[in-house]
Ligand binder design. Sequence first.
Ligand SMILES: [Zn+2]
Length: 289
Amino acid sequence: MNGESFLQAEKTSGAEPDIQAAGKSAYYYDARLYNLGGVGHFFTTRYGGVSGARGNVFNASFGKEEPAHKDNVIENFRIAARDHGLSLSRFTALSQVHGDTVVNVTEEIAGARFGKPELVIEADSMITRLPFVPLMTTHGDCLPVFLYDKGRAVGMVHSGWRGTAADISGKTVGAMVREFGTDPGNVFAAIGPGICGECFEVDYPVARVFGERFPDVRAVKWDGARGKYLVDLRAVAVYSLVRAGVRRENISAPEICTACAENRELFFSYRAEKGMNEGLMGAVIWLEK
Ligand SMILES: [Zn+2]
C-alpha cells in the first residue's frame, strides 16, 4: 500500500489490524477519491462476508457461488451496504462479458441483480446520474476504474484485458459526455487494485493487440527468463482516460497488484490462484447528491 490508498479495517490488538482472525470487514479506498465531496466508493477484500467454507469470506460474484448459495452474495453486500449507509436494493450489477458496452443506469435499471434480481444485463461498464444508486462491478485481477464527474455523475468500469484493449475506460468517459454533457476536464478517475505489469503474463497474440493498438504506451515487454510477454494494463487504462480528455493529474493509479505475493492475503487473484479463487472483489461507486 502506498500513500495514495488505504485499507480500513477494525483493529484488534497490536499495530496491524488482524482482519483474518477477527473475521471483520475490510475495504480498500482510494484516498484522493475518498476525500472528494459528493461521491462514495469502496473496493471489497477477502474478508468480512458470509461465503466460503468457514463462512467469513466476502465474495462479490454470483458466478462464484453454488446455485444454492447465491444468497451469500446478497448477504455480503447487505453487510457492505450497512457499513456504508446504503440501501441494498439500490445496488446495481451486471453480467460481465469482457466487452466494451456502457450502460446508462436509469430508474428502470437501478437495482439490477439486487432489488431487481430477475434483471440481468450483459455489459462491463455503467454510468449514472441517479444519487445513491451504487454501481458494482466484480474483479479478480481485472482493473476497477472509478469515474466521478464532480457533483454530476459516476461511472464504474470492469477493465480486463479485452476491455482495456477495447478502450472501455475511454468509451465510458465518452458515454458520460454524450449522456450527461460531462466535461472530461472535470472527471476524476481512480484505478483500483488489479494485476500489475510484472504479473500479467501473456502470449504473442495478446501482446500484439496491445503493441498495435497502443504503440505510444509501451505497455508490452518481453521477459526472456519466463518466456512470456508482460502487459501493463494500468498504463493502457491511464492512456485511454487521458485520450478521452481526463487530465493526468486527475487520475489516481497506484500500483497495487492483486496477484503480487505481498497482497495475496488481502485480495483474490484469478491468475495467482489459477482460477481456484473462492471469490471476487466488488468495486462500488455512488453519487451522493
Ligand atoms: Zn503483481
